[in-house]
Design a protein around this ligand. Structure first.
Ligand code: ZN
Length: 115
């Protein structure tokens, strides 16, 4: 995924929400981010600082909460948290696993000043 495109979508969500709710300033944007999404969080904040200049979200802090990778084993139905560097079922050693959580990336909430 491309961090700049992602950052633009975050800013657009914030701007749209601000316009709809009479928000004068967005102070904080809370984001959920799957460990498996491959997004470089430092890049996202950096881009955000640049592209948010002059908007209602200028200077907003991005708070990114990481969601662990959760998988289910196709062999023995084990389900749980998996280390992204070691994708294998801890119960039966199968590598045939289904991703249940970990690719998420979404804006959860905004902290704002309102009119
Ligand atoms: Zn298994």
């Amino acid at each position: 995924m491309h961090e700049l495109a992602i950052t633009e979508s975050i800013l657009n969500i914030a701007k749209k929400a601000a316009a709809e709710h009479g928000v004068t300033r967005v102070k904080e944007i809370r984001i959920k981010l799957g460990e498996y999404s491959g997004i470089m969080t430092q890049c996202v904040q950096y881009y955000f600082d640049v592209i948010s200049r002059g908007t209602v979200a200028e200077g907003a802090v991005l708070k990114m909460e990481r969601l662990p990778i959760i998988m289910r084993c196709n062999q023995c139905s084990w389900e749980g948290v998996i280390d992204k560097h070691h994708i294998q079922c801890p119960a039966c050693s199968s590598v045939s696993l289904k991703l249940l959580q970990g690719r998420e990336f979404y804006v959860e909430s905004l902290e704002v000043d309102q009119e």
